[in-house]
Design a protein around this ligand. Structure first.
Ligand code: BMA
Length: 328
């Protein structure tokens, strides 16, 4: 039976699958959990990342401002559903003198957060003469430090693994261009020190249907006894523009650039009103998942239509069965 390798987290948000549904993944009935105007300064809050913190949860939120600046804000929550989000953007302090050279804020979006060894690391899409992957850390979600960018521009999607692999830090990313990127595959890179990234490996690329234009890693990969469970977004180009859905794949635990299985259908496509309608219609964009190793429950946080934050739920064994049964 597929199981999560990790800590029991009995307090993560949860709601049973609606009766009559056979979906592997189902939406929270109280979606969206965070509305576009949750704080006075926000135009929209979406594509955000949360982790267990203390007795509750903390997070880094993408809050686009009323000047339409893309920013990261901190947040705290007792239950993972009701959030207190900081009203101002996170101002990263340079971690050292070298990092001070790149510490000028241009824009920041699509964060991911993970506890790794001794601190919470944050990665995000960071403006530095074009989009690249910013890396920083915090211990308290109040003071944040910025390290070097992981890559050269252009790259918008950087997702750390939650532990070292073969002694190295590991990250998935998606090299791109400076526009709205009509392509994109997932690559793996490793680093001895969280600064120098190399040994780049191709993981997987676009495929049919919902993932035919580009794909990108979503939440931090979830370690299971069957491999890393990677929830990832896929984009198709319709005559009305990009459509963002998400699905799942299993990656080898020690060589994560090797794909064990990849599910052909999506797990969730933008079909609810708050996914279809908003600043960017037809977007469901996952950036975080809480996983309870005791029960196998997953709570997945995703942005709806670049406007709101939503939750969906699944059982890890059912997601892995789905990936293997529908592999292509
Ligand atoms: C991507 C990012 C995401 C966004 C998506 C759809 O390039 O900007 O934050 O959700 O486009 O607009």
């Amino acid at each position: 039976m597929p199981t999560i390798i990790g800590n029991p987290l009995p307090h993560i948000p949860w709601q049973e699958r609606p009766s009559g549904s056979s979906d592997v993944l189902w939406r929270f009935s109280q979606n969206p959990i965070i509305n576009h105007d949750h704080i006075p300064s926000s135009n929209s809050i979406f594509n955000s990342a949360v982790v267990p913190y203390g007795d509750g949860f903390a997070g880094v939120f993408r809050c686009d401002s009323k000047t339409r600046q893309m920013q990261l804000h901190n947040g705290h929550s007792a239950d993972g559903i009701h959030w207190q989000i900081g009203h101002g953007r996170i101002q990263f302090q340079p971690a050292d003198a070298r990092a001070a050279e790149i510490n000028q804020f241009q824009y920041a979006y699509d964060p991911r957060v993970i506890w790794l060894e001794d601190r919470y690391y944050v990665t995000w899409c960071n403006g530095y003469h074009g989009p690249t992957i910013g890396v920083g850390y915090t211990t308290d979600f109040e003071t944040f430090y910025q390290l070097e960018n992981a890559y050269l521009p252009f790259n918008r999607n950087g997702v750390l693994f939650p532990r070292r692999i073969n002694g190295k830090y590991a990250m998935l990313s998606r090299p791109s261009d400076n526009g709205h990127t009509p392509f994109g595959d997932i690559y793996y890179s490793e680093s001895p020190d969280m600064t120098h990234w190399g040994c780049h490996r191709y993981v997987m690329g676009t495929a049919g249907g919902w993932q035919s234009t580009k794909i990108g890693a979503g939440p931090i990969p979830i370690e299971t006894n069957e491999g890393w469970l990677l929830i990832y977004h896929g984009v198709l180009t319709s005559c009305n523009g990009f459509v963002y859905s998400f699905g799942a794949a299993l990656l080898d635990l020690e060589q994560p650039w090797k794909v064990i299985a990849r599910g052909e259908p999506y797990l969730l496509a933008p079909q609810a009103p708050y996914e279809r309608t908003g600043d960017v219609p037809n977007v469901a964009f996952p950036c975080a998942a809480l996983a309870d190793a005791a029960t196998g429950r997953l709570a997945i946080y995703y942005g709806g239509a670049d406007t709101v934050v939503c939750l969906a739920f699944a059982h890890v064994d059912e997601v892995i069965d789905f990936v293997k049964t529908n592999a292509f």
